[in-house]
Design a protein around this ligand. Structure first.
Ligand SMILES: [Zn+2]
Ligand SMILES: [Zn+2]
Length: 326
């Protein structure tokens, strides 16, 4: 079958016509319809994860299953025996195998899935537009979810309007802005270095947008999609007392933490991908509120390397999605 292979750290992606068919021992085989190109795919190529190369990339997958029809794949496959898995949080299982990051994924005509339980019916959603929800969309959804109770609590409590801040208005930040507008009454402010991304944030529903050197005001919930020293520092100085800071970005920043170092009783947490149940919630939300979906640009498998180069260069509007049938 046709598949795009990452042979080794730092090498260009390679399209092959004779990749071995996937073997679904006891699981399912998925005929891939669409596969989103995610920033994590670049981390695999860069050797930032201990991925077993050569490997087929791709973890934002929609496809067709013999019995279930059009489906979305839940890609973080946990061990199913640890406490995290028992709580339905396979994405933070210490022994998880993520499709496309640690096992062959969806930059291919077909892929193996260990259990049908990892497949959710699309029920009418466009498989190309929906594909990026599987990681980018789901990761932003979980981050927003960490702040929902706080934003709703504030809305019911005092006269002061609840406020949410999104730091980094790229792909994930844009999903977060859309969810915050669909799910809360909060005023949403976006912070980004790039004036074009500030403009996009306003277009898709943010009430305000500014650069990191402007004063963004304070917020009950701050979502950091960058994760650098500077952005975490901004989060720690702008979060309100009893607020929530969720960090999603993989930049690797650090800030001091302690009593007096951050606003009283503000909670700081890392947020990683999303749970199996949250993927179903997100698909429901997408059917109910199509405005949460982002535009996608569809490319063929032969364009996978070009897609990676464009993602590195920031030359993307919306999300890039590969079509194995092109
Ligand atoms: Zn586990
Ligand atoms: Zn991803």
């Amino acid at each position: 079958m046709r598949a795009v292979v990452c042979d080794a750290v730092g090498s260009d992606l390679r399209l092959v016509d004779d990749h071995p068919e996937p073997v679904a021992a006891g699981g399912a085989t998925l005929t891939v319809t669409a596969c989103g190109v995610c920033h994590s795919d670049l981390h695999v190529v860069d050797g930032d994860f201990p991925s077993p190369l050569p490997m087929v990339l791709g973890h934002e997958v929609t496809g067709v299953h013999d019995r279930l029809g059009p489906v979305m794949l839940y890609a973080p496959w946990g061990c199913r025996s640890c406490p995290q898995c028992a709580d339905g949080l396979e994405q933070i299982c210490p022994d998880a195998t993520e499709a496309g990051l640690f096992a062959d994924g969806g930059y291919a005509e077909r892929m193996a899935v260990p259990d049908e339980a990892y497949l959710s019916p699309l029920d009418g959603l466009d498989p190309f537009v929906a594909a990026p929800l599987a990681c980018g969309g789901l990761t932003a959804y979980r981050a927003v979810d960490h702040g929902l109770a706080t934003l709703r609590d504030r809305a019911a409590g005092r006269g002061e309007a609840p406020r949410a801040m999104v730091i980094g208005a790229g792909g994930l930040g844009q999903y977060a802005i859309r969810y915050l507008r669909a799910l809360t009454d909060a005023e949403v402010v976006a912070v980004d270095l790039d004036p074009a991304k500030q403009a996009t944030a306003l277009e898709i529903g943010a009430h305000a947008a500014c650069g990191p050197d402007d004063d963004p005001g304070t917020a009950d919930v701050v979502l950091d999609f960058i994760g650098a020293d500077a952005t975490l520092g901004l989060a720690a100085t702008t979060v309100r007392r009893r607020g929530v800071v969720a960090i999603v970005g993989l930049f690797g920043g650090r800030i001091p933490f302690g009593l007096g170092a951050v606003p009283h009783e503000a909670r700081f947490l890392s947020s990683f991908w999303g749970s199996r149940v949250q993927m179903d919630e997100l698909l429901d939300l997408a059917r109910r509120e199509p405005a949460i979906l982002q535009d996608v640009e569809v490319l063929g498998l032969a364009d996978a390397q070009t897609a990676h180069q464009r993602l590195r260069a920031g030359d993307v509007r919306g999300r890039l999605v590969l079509d194995p049938n092109r």
